[in-house]
Design a protein. Structure first.
Length: 161
């Protein structure tokens, strides 16, 4: 019996870590306008980047995400940045977004509602969502070379379509 419990924990529980579908949500953007996921999502795929201003790997990833955005937008791939800074550090987000020259939409999840709904635990976390709202790939953290893994995952998903 103990073996079955261990097997369950090792095999089945990891799949429950992230929500499996992204329902429509509404958050404010950097200009304080409400934006809906359904209006921003890509025709084929959407990458949602959960990040925070204090997170060094997050800031390292953003220039690569800008490049990915430029190279894949014409293929129906959209990127949405979701900043998860709280009330004490939210004032840093607009200046940081400008200094990093973020090219894709950035939304503010100050109360962590979307982050919590999708069970995001680490920053940065990048989730790939297909046109139906299904999460098809996730990536936590960011180190040199991860941009190539992200591109490979995008290419694989686009080939499935």
């Amino acid at each position: 019996m103990k073996t079955y419990v261990i097997l369950f924990c090792l095999v089945l529980l990891p799949s429950y870590g992230l929500a499996q579908i992204v329902d429509n949500f509404e958050l404010k953007d950097l200009q304080n306008n409400l934006q809906e996921f359904e209006e921003l999502k890509g025709e084929n795929l959407t990458l949602i980047d959960f990040w925070a201003s204090w997170c060094k790997p997050c800031k390292k990833a953003i220039p690569y995400l800008n490049d990915i955005y430029a190279n894949y937008k014409e293929k129906g791939v959209e990127i949405i940045g979701i900043n998860c800074d709280g009330p004490r550090s939210i004032s840093k987000v607009v200046p940081l977004s400008k200094s990093l020259r973020i090219q894709y939409p950035v939304l503010l999840d100050i109360d962590a509602a979307v982050k919590n709904d999708l069970n995001i635990m680490l920053f940065p976390t990048l989730i790939m969502v297909d046109a139906s709202g299904n999460i098809v790939w996730t990536h936590e953290g960011f180190v040199s070379g991860d941009d190539e893994h992200i591109k490979k995952a995008i290419d694989q998903q686009l080939n499935v379509l």
